[in-house]
Ligand binder design. Structure first.
Ligand code: ATP
Length: 470
């Protein structure tokens, strides 16, 4: 496959120039807050507020719909965050799930070597080179102090299971969800009676003690993954499955509104490949801080099932009744992050435009992803009949979708508030509605308004949502 898009960050503008625009909108409107803020916060953990939890749940639902609901060959799983500690020895994480760390001799801050200015383009071999800091003359980006030689820093969080805290009771908080799908492969296969090719997906929390977290929810120490492991015949069929999944996953972001011009593919160089991978391509997004990985698609060969089989003595092979062959399946993995995806949709949806001399801010979120689908607003909150009709319409809508009533400002301001949180439709009840039973539906993006019968609002909204669904 030829990978397109040799674009440099400069040639494609981000949807939002300054990340602070999104951070402050998120905080102000209740998408994302710093965790434990009244205690001064805890680095690299973020909490999702009332709107953020809706957005992230919608992202997860959209992903599950495309990966499980619409497919006959993929099933779901929800494995534990804590697993047998040997799993992580077998998987290679205890030995090599690490990043190169350097420390400043003056301020003692620690940095990921490959994220230091001047070291971004280093190859995997160079990152392992003990003399690299000296050779490149790298200095601390904060106080220009001397930096140590790089050492490997393991990213797994450890804790203890049970009442005794010794070496034998160490367990790890999983750094990825994938291993659950490998160790449960036999059970899922037996219970689901799937035939190869088939997939197992999981959505769940993962934990990494990142050396330099940052850029808001882009890199956190506690985050959520959405991963699929697709089990296929070895060799060419695995390569073919890889070529199918890569564009399919890219198309998923586009179907939910991400500008195709701000997505690109980046293939890992041979010396950059993870220990398990035969081939890896990142789907990258043009974040305000550069092109960065949004999702990884990997051909993992038979590494995982073979290793777990050797370590446990359990056979993890597959018998194909059609060809009477027995083999260890290869795995094509699509590894996405729920937080990174939600963050991307949020950034990419951000719009600012001049409307009658004022700046209108809106989030052009796909209706499926928007926290609220409809806001029901009274034009005159002093008229009890108007408020009552609003509540009736809202209660009717709530049976199907997230709907909200708001009367805390004048109509213009109410519209602006809903635009800013991405609500696709507002329904306004006015004095005329009391006479003719008609209300106004206003569209977020075009701001067009239409009069419809109040009794039809629910079915109109449900139909529009269905029509928008990819
Ligand atoms: P990176 O190179 O950014 O550290 P990675 O290659 O280690 O990422 P994977 O192990 O492939 O990432 O994880 C799959 C997905 O999980 C990533 O594409 C990303 O969406 C998400 N993810 C990984 N680490 C984090 C993190 N620290 N915070 C938020 N999301 C993450």
């Amino acid at each position: 496959m030829t990978l397109s898009d040799p674009l440099e960050p400069e040639s494609v503008a981000p949807a939002v120039a300054d990340l602070d625009t999104i951070v402050s909108l998120s905080k102000r409107r209740g998408f994302v807050f710093p965790s434990s803020e009244i205690y001064g916060g805890i680095n690299a953990v973020w909490d999702y507020g009332p709107l953020g939890v809706e957005l992230k749940n919608n992202v997860k639902r959209a992903w599950w719909r495309s990966m499980v609901q619409l497919r006959d060959d993929i099933v779901g799983l929800d494995a534990g965050i804590l697993m047998h500690p040997q799993v992580w020895v077998t998987s290679g994480h205890v030995g090599s799930f690490s990043d190169p760390l350097v420390e400043c001799g003056t301020c003692h801050r620690r940095f990921r070597l490959d994220e230091l200015p001047g070291a971004e383009g280093l190859t995997a071999a160079e990152l392992r080179d003990e003399g690299i800091v000296e050779r490149l003359g790298l200095r601390c980006p904060v106080d220009d102090g001397p930096l140590s030689a790089p050492r490997r820093f393991n990213l797994m969080f450890q804790t203890h299971m049970g009442p005794v805290q010794d070496e034998a009771s160490i367990v790890y908080l999983r750094p990825e969800t994938a291993q659950g799908s490998y160790v449960d492969f036999k059970s899922v296969l037996g219970a689901s009676r799937k035939k190869i090719p088939f997939g197992i997906v999981q959505i769940g929390k993962s934990f990494r003690n990142e050396i330099s977290p940052g850029n808001f929810v882009f890199r956190m120490r506690e985050f959520e993954q959405m991963e699929m492991q697709y089990f296929v015949r070895p060799g060419e069929p695995a390569a073919a499955a890889f070529e199918e999944w890569l564009p399919r996953r890219r198309a998923w972001y586009e179907a939910y509104g991400v500008d195709p011009g701000r997505l690109r593919l980046r293939e890992h160089a041979p010396d950059e490949l993870a220990h398990y991978a035969k081939k890896a391509v990142d789907i990258e997004y043009r974040f305000p801080f550069g092109w960065k990985e949004l999702e990884g698609v990997h051909n993992r060969g038979d590494f995982d099932l073979s290793r777990h089989s050797e370590a446990t003595g359990e056979s993890l092979d597959y018998f194909d009744p059609a060809t009477e062959e027995r083999f260890i399946p290869w795995i094509v993995e699509t590894a996405a992050g729920a937080d990174r995806a939600a963050f991307t949709f949020l950034i990419d949806a951000y719009r600012e435009e001049e409307v009658r001399g004022e700046t209108r801010v809106s989030l052009a979120l796909h209706p499926e992803l928007a926290p609220y689908k409809v806001a029901v607003l009274p034009l005159l909150k002093k008229r009890a009949e108007i408020v009552e009709l609003c509540h009736r319409i809202k209660a009717d809508l709530q049976r199907e979708v997230m709907a909200v009533y708001d009367d805390t400002a004048a109509i213009g301001k109410l519209y602006r508030r809903q635009d800013e949180i991405g609500t696709p439709w507002c329904v306004t009840v006015d004095v005329g509605s009391l006479e003719d039973g008609a209300v106004t539906i206003r569209d977020r993006d075009s701001m067009a308004q239409e009069r419809v019968d109040a009794g039809r609002v629910r079915s109109i909204i449900v139909d529009r949502l269905a029509a928008a669904r990819p």
